[in-house]
Write a protein that binds this ligand. Structure first.
Ligand SMILES: Cc1ncc(COP(=O)(O)O)c(C=O)c1O
Length: 418
């Protein structure tokens, strides 16, 4: 890191584990063969890729042959939606997504709409969660793909994916033109390493993961493609990755992904979540203590003191353990624009984001997630997202909470005048 600040923007990206850095360097220095070459250097590189494929597969309960390496989560999401819709286009035309999906799901869906597919966007409640029945209500015999993320990247809301997987499993034809449809795609970029991600338990046919969210390198990810599921590739060429993604494999990136994931999985999702829940509780409690007007957007975790959720006036929180992932928390300081809070925190060495870092290319636009949750404009416009990793400490969180309270107080004082 550039300085010894407090990095709390882990949903945007995570600092690489030293193991990942070492694996990338090792692959670049000594495994530089092309995995498609038939000589020893090529075989060495192919072995690195295949070992990594097994590690990624194991982390999501899949088989190696079901893992397609991609250039990141966005590409995997694009491949899932466009690839599946295109492959099954003769069996229907509907694609279902939720309103809070990442832009790398929403934009391909929009593109598919331009190509003649019918896209249905399912709304979410004020806690950021899509209702199971609301999703099922728009699944018709015309539906090809249903794409629902596991954990939302802005507010941490956990979507009812496993229940959806079970319900879709019960309505899928087992023969004929629509055999196995609709497919369930799950964007698990924010849940890998933090929650149990098991493709069979979730009932996923397609599932996206990304290396840089689990302390690996950027620009590498993977799509789980259940055996038997067809996809039209986005990248045509030499037929790499079982013909589903051509291009010489990013061997260093894949090696780094695998090394990072091994450490993350050794820590274990329940330990990672337990630590994050502790940090989240400390942060929310300390900020509330010093600035009671703070709003926590999204579902409230078990044991939180007041259940005020975004969009609601002191609404009673759902208090469901399975409703929110503790490593992401969205806080609003009404009256203090999110960017202003972010800048002031940065000046105090605390790094957070104003929402989705990946959406910040669309400057000036309110977060589509907070908007979909019905947050009033002053709540949506004053949101900052704090996200934890297993590398964060309680001291860092206390420091961040102190800085937030200090900024909120000093700006309020300035507004009130001398
Ligand atoms: C939920 C979610 N999906 C997909 C992505 C995109 O992943 P990548 O940055 O690897 O393209 C992100 C990144 O922020 C994300 O949070």
């Amino acid at each position: 890191m550039a300085d010894s600040g407090v990095y709390l923007d882990n949903a945007a990206t995570t600092p690489p584990f030293p193991e990942a850095v070492a694996a990338v360097a090792r692959a670049m220095e000594s495994v530089y063969g092309n995995p498609s070459s038939r000589h020893r250097l090529g075989l060495d590189a192919a072995n690195v890729v295949e070992r990594a494929r097994e590690v990624v597969a194991r982390s999501v309960g899949a088989e190696g042959s079901e893992i397609v390496f991609t250039g990141g989560g966005s590409e995997a999401n694009n491949l899932a939606l466009k690839g599946a819709a295109w492959a099954y286009r003769r069996a229907g035309r509907r694609v279902v997504v939720t309103a809070v999906e990442h832009s790398s799901v929403l934009e391909p869906a929009r593109w598919l709409e331009e190509m003649g597919f019918e896209v249905v966007v399912v709304p979410v409640g004020s806690d950021g969660r899509a209702g199971l029945d609301d999703v099922l209500a728009v699944v018709t015999p015309e539906t090809l793909v249903v794409s629902v993320m596991h954990v939302n990247n802005e507010v941490g809301a956990i979507q009812p994916v496993a229940a959806l997987g079970r319900r879709l499993g019960a309505v899928r034809p087992t023969s004929g033109r629509r055999k196995g449809l609709p497919l369930l795609h799950v964007d698990a970029v924010q849940s890998l390493g933090r929650l149990d991600v098991d493709v069979r338990a979730l009932g996923a046919d397609l599932l996206t993961v990304s290396a840089h969210k689990v302390h690996g390198p950027k620009g590498v990810g993977a799509l789980f493609v259940r055996r038997g599921v067809r996809l039209v590739p986005l990248v045509h060429g030499g037929g790499h990755e079982g013909g589903r993604r051509s291009g010489t494999e990013n061997v260093p990136g894949i090696a780094g992904f695998s090394a990072a994931l091994e450490r993350m999985m050794a820590l274990g999702p329940s330990e990672v979540s337990r630590r994050a829940a502790d940090l989240r509780r400390r942060l929310v409690d300390a900020v509330r203590e010093g600035w009671p007007r703070v709003v926590v957007n999204g579902p409230a975790p078990v044991g939180s003191r007041t259940g005020r959720t975004g969009g609601g006036e002191d609404a009673v929180a759902p208090h469901r353990e399975d409703a929110v992932a503790p490593h992401i928390v969205s806080l609003s300081f009404p009256g203090v624009p999110g960017e202003v809070m972010q800048q002031h925190l940065q000046a105090r060495g605390v790094y957070v984001s104003t929402g989705s870092a990946c959406g910040s290319h669309h400057r000036g636009r309110a977060s589509h997630v907070l908007e979909a949750m019905g947050c009033p404009p002053d709540v949506a416009g004053s949101a900052v997202r704090v996200s934890f990793s297993p590398l964060n400490t309680a001291d860092e969180v206390e420091r961040a909470a102190g800085a937030m309270v200090e900024v909120a107080r000093s700006l309020a004082q300035r507004r009130a005048g001398p």
